[in-house]
Design a protein around this ligand. Structure first.
Ligand code: BG6
Ligand code: MG
Length: 218
């Protein structure tokens, strides 16, 4: 039995896949005559595939049938899969392996809590699949972040009380979800954007194993 559970978001925390989402959404939007900028892409961080397309169509003042909507999502995902299928472990963000190894040495729970339906594919590509004791992704939830469902299922699967879990997140929606779950939230990114988090670090190179140890002992 672990003392604490550490739940990691995937996109933007373990790997930088935002650039691939951007390329695929941009092509889709541009093909419909809709503009799509990196600033808009920021607003899609942590947002589900369905909600992302809804936002893009909204920005472009477009309305489509349900059938077309499904088709557009499939086209976007096919292009996105083309990018992620080429990923290797070199794309794991700096010092993520250091923290994961430390948690393993300390025998703490390690879970994934992602909105992505491609999470398992990505973890396999970067060879981190086996590090996670449990994986909760977009296929397992019905309510998107900031709803806490994804993290609550993670805690339950780790066999831990939600208050004994710590979440690493790069999105505002994800930080809100962790806070809504009653978990300690650690933002990875910009302090000004992730100000609702309990702690914020630019990336994992700023996180020491002493800090992790303190969280375990808390
Ligand atoms: C989140 C990303 O992790 O997953 C979002 O931050 C993405 O940008 C969402 O839209 C859903 O991902 P996927 O892989 O199921 O399309
Ligand atoms: Mg993310």
């Amino acid at each position: 039995m672990h003392k604490k559970g550490f739940i990691f978001d995937l996109d933007g925390v373990i790997v930088d896949t935002a650039k691939y989402h951007f390329l695929a959404w941009k092509n889709l939007a541009n093909n419909m005559g809709v503009d799509f900028t990196e600033i808009q892409n920021e607003q899609l961080k942590g947002v589900s595939r369905v909600k992302s397309l809804e936002k893009i169509l909204n920005w472009g003042n477009k309305s489509v049938s349900e059938e077309e909507f499904m088709e557009l999502m499939a086209i976007k995902n096919e292009e996105y899969l083309g990018y992620i299928n080429k990923m290797t472990e070199e794309e794991i963000l700096p010092d993520v392996p250091k923290i994961l190894s430390f948690l393993q040495e300390e025998n703490q729970g390690i879970a994934l809590g992602s909105a992505s339906k491609n999470a398992r594919t990505i973890l396999n590509k970067v060879k981190l699949f086996s590090v996670f004791e449990t994986i909760v992704d977009g296929n397992d939830v019905s309510k998107a972040k900031p709803n806490p469902e994804v993290f609550l299922i993670g805690a339950q699967k780790l066999g831990l009380d939600q208050h004994d879990c710590i979440v690493f997140e790069d999105s505002v929606a994800g930080i809100k979800a962790a806070n809504n779950a009653g978990m300690i939230s650690i933002g990875i990114g910009d302090k000004n954007i992730l100000h609702e988090a309990d702690y914020v670090f630019k990336d994992f190179t700023e996180i020491s194993t002493d800090f992790i140890k303190e969280l375990i002992e808390k």
